[in-house]
Design a protein around this ligand. Structure first.
Ligand SMILES: [Zn+2]
Length: 304
């Protein structure tokens, strides 16, 4: 288990992540840090690229603000994978350098940095959205149930995959802590950044990390390839999670990815309990999640 560079703390937010990413890159020169765009508040959204292979895999975390523990999972995985590559050792049952040569992993560890910082640190009156946020949060200073971005838009309801149907289903009254799909698909810069990044890199397989439920969602309106079900069952077998076929859900990132690319895309709900999951559960959740992240690098071939 890693954790020597990444700080496993319960007030983990954007600035701490940037410090850790820079330290990870210093320790592992083969990690490449770039930025895929900016949040509403102008925070650059980082991506880490690792590997030299032709199979392009994308993992992302913290689409939802109060699921910030998934960012720590992403960072600790980068640390463990980086260590194993540098020392030519194994990560679980795989030789890391083999994964490194066969795949290129593109990790976006915090899709929604403004939202994460809102949940973690709250806002004061100097924040440009202070009045609106208080209104949207029903005058409460407790933002622990906030999933949206800083404009009250749920980023995982923002993608052009039957977005209109999702909007009718959600019947939103307007911006708020969760479930508001925005005024149009891709109205939010964080969703645009991820969509552009995905189109540019033409991934073979994607996994979006969320909390909670210990479940793996793998389908979308029969657009998914046949092997998606099989891959989900393999991921479920190693993690102890349950592969679940979903209906009545649209406009999510993995929905859009499956629809646009007809390749395997997954939402993985790590951990079990009430969001935000407590940091005391981190290592238990990580033990399960890393089995999925390692196998995700192993199952996909160039024909996918
Ligand atoms: Zn979520």
């Amino acid at each position: 288990m890693s954790g020597r560079i990444v700080s496993i703390v319960d007030d983990y937010g954007y600035d701490k992540m940037i410090v850790d990413l820079n330290r990870l890159c210093s320790a592992n020169p083969f990690l490449q840090l770039s930025y895929i765009g900016e949040s509403v508040m102008g925070k650059p959204i980082p991506a880490i690229q690792i590997g030299t292979g032709d199979v392009r895999i994308h993992y992302n975390a913290a689409f939802h603000a109060n699921e910030w523990i998934t960012s720590l999972i992403a960072l600790v995985f980068l640390e463990e994978y980086g260590n194993a590559i540098r020392t030519d050792s194994f990560i679980l049952d795989r030789r890391a350098i083999d994964l490194f040569r066969r795949t290129t992993l593109y990790m976006v560890p915090m899709v929604n940095p403004d939202g994460v910082d809102l949940v973690q640190y709250g806002v004061n009156e100097s924040h440009p959205f202070y009045e609106l946020l208080m209104q949207w949060n029903e005058s409460s200073c407790d933002y622990s149930q906030w999933k949206s971005n800083i404009r009250g838009v749920d980023l995982n309801d923002q993608f052009p995959a039957h977005w209109e149907i999702e909007t009718l289903r959600r019947n939103p009254t307007g911006p708020g802590p969760r479930d508001y799909p925005g005024e149009a698909p891709l109205s939010e810069p964080e969703a645009v950044a991820l969509a552009d990044f995905t189109k540019h890199n033409n991934f073979h397989l994607v996994i979006a990390l969320h909390t909670q439920g210990r479940e793996i969602y793998w389908n979308y309106r029969d657009y998914e390839p046949i092997r998606a079900c099989w891959i989900a069952e393999q991921l479920a077998a190693v993690s102890g999670y349950k592969a679940v076929k979903l209906t009545d859900s649209d406009a999510g990132y993995k929905d859009w990815f499956i629809q646009e690319f007809r390749r395997p895309g997954f939402t993985v709900e790590v951990g079990f309990g009430s969001n935000p999951l407590p940091i005391g559960q981190f290592y238990d959740i990580y033990e399960e999640a890393r089995t999925i992240l390692v196998l995700g690098l192993s199952l996909c071939s160039l024909s996918d």
